[in-house]
Design a protein around this ligand. Structure first.
Ligand code: SF4
Length: 447
């Protein structure tokens, strides 16, 4: 049996889950091929395969996969997996969604014998099947451009933020990977040239003791390697005693999903943090010397113009200009099928029809000026991609100043520092922008 496994976009990371599927059925009855269309544009003859597997970890990847398969004759068996697998199955019912790649469902769908030794928790993924690691995201650190690998200490999440695709699949639960698996997986990536490792856990502090134990072991074995991770605001505050350890363990920066300064919106999103907590988490990160990179989703049905000026005031007040990717200030709420936010009573008034092409529900703004501001900011980014990030940010702030009739920039001698960041930024819960799709389609996302 010939099986083609495909990935279209995974935030600039090697799609480890593909290696895990191939390892689970690694035997003589089956031949696996893999194509990662985010780094490789090869022409594939689908007719030569018995089975096609499509990895759909996020909205952007799913949109790209639909574009790829839409005019093609597909093998008799097509399956999909990942957080957006159910959305892809809804789009084309001939595609079978496999919720759990460890389940018997996949074995009976493929009608294959599985490798009895395989365990997702312990199996060390065979990354030889992927394009060279240098094709994927890098850590940009001043003039350095370092190869970045990735691992996860856990999968799933114990929280249920209503805008997030993770709880749709994991229902507020998470599982851990073993220490041995992670250390060996990092060793393999270091051997291939990785000088930085991203922790892909939806939240690194879902199990903070487990996470720290693994980071300590990695730091002991690979003292030269730096790391980044994602930690929610609530956990930065709650687990300060663990958070402060990160600096001495080479955590170069922590991404944290701030979303907005609007407390009403934060409540609807069930983020378990308030606008005041944003200040607290920044102060904690400064106290312990750990760079925090906030991500934002300023635009939702309830956005007020002052939300944007409040966000800029926070950035200015704490001198965070270099830690915010300008496009983050344009991000809109994305409502895919099965989204938890549909159950919130506040959304009813604003929710429109489901749009099959965009795989999401349309929604309306309460304040039409907020819609206009989002459009203007996005248009600015679209037409000023040649500007450096600092100039883009200042251009956007000047638009926000105009809309809100406030003066937000008072520091005209800002010392814009070069801080470490990934070459591919984090957009997993957001609607993919045209810029993003174009960058991915032309493979320019992986600089
Ligand atoms: S936004 Fe983060 S913390 Fe919230 S459910 Fe998603 S992964 Fe978990």
């Amino acid at each position: 049996m010939k099986i083609l496994l495909t990935s279209f976009y995974d935030l600039g990371k090697q799609p480890k889950i593909i290696a895990e599927i191939a390892d689970r059925y690694n035997n003589t009855e089956v031949h696996f091929d893999f194509v990662d269309f985010s780094v490789d544009n090869q022409n594939i003859d689908l007719n030569t395969y018995d089975v096609l597997g499509i990895y759909a970890p996020m909205h952007t990847a799913t949109i790209l996969s639909i574009e790829y398969i839409k005019d093609k004759k597909l093998p008799n068996k097509v399956f999909t997996f990942g957080l957006y697998g159910s959305v892809l199955e809804d789009f084309n019912p001939l595609i079978k969604y496999i919720k759990d790649i460890e389940s018997e469902e996949l074995t009976s769908f493929l009608k294959l014998n599985e490798n009895q030794e395989f365990s997702l928790k312990d199996n060390i993924p065979n990354r030889q099947i992927f394009p060279d690691i240098s094709n994927y995201a890098h850590l940009v650190d001043g003039s350095n451009n370092l190869i970045a690998g990735s691992v996860e200490t856990t999968y799933g999440c114990k929280h249920s933020c209503t805008h997030c695709p993770v709880p749709i699949s994991f229902n507020g639960s998470f599982k851990t990977y073993s220490l041995e698996k992670i250390v060996n997986d990092v060793q393999n990536q270091v051997n291939q040239g990785a000088e930085h490792i991203s922790f892909n856990d939806p939240d690194f502090f879902n199990g903070p003791i487990h996470a720290l134990k693994i980071l300590e072991a990695l730091n002991h074995k690979f003292p030269q390697i730096t790391y980044d991770s994602t930690i929610k605001v609530e956990h930065i505050i709650k687990y300060q005693k663990y958070f402060k350890e990160l600096a001495s363990l080479n955590m170069a920066f922590v991404i944290s999903a701030f979303e907005t300064t609007n407390d009403k919106v934060l409540t609807i999103l069930e983020k378990n943090h308030t606008s005041n907590d944003l200040n607290n988490s920044i102060e904690i990160s400064k106290e312990f010397g750990i760079d925090i990179r906030p991500t934002w989703m300023p635009f939702s049905p309830w956005t007020e113009l002052e939300d944007l000026s409040n966000i800029v005031e926070l950035i200015e007040g704490y001198q965070l200009r270099e830690t915010v990717d300008p496009i983050q200030l344009t991000i809109k709420l994305l409502i895919p099928k099965h989204s938890l936010i549909i159950k919130r009573p506040e959304i009813k008034k604003y929710l429109g029809d489901y749009e099959k092409e965009s795989l999401s529900f349309q929604w309306q703004y309460e304040n039409i000026h907020a819609e206009k501001l989002q459009f203007t900011l996005f248009d600015f980014i679209l037409n000023n991609s040649e500007l450096d990030e600092h100039k883009q940010y200042l251009g956007m702030v000047s638009i926000i100043e105009e809309f809100t009739r406030t003066k937000l920039i008072t520091n005209t001698n800002y010392d814009f520092k070069k801080v470490p960041k990934l070459s591919e930024t984090w957009f997993c819960c957001a609607e993919p922008s045209k810029i993003q799709l174009d960058r991915i389609k032309t493979n320019k996302a992986m600089i």
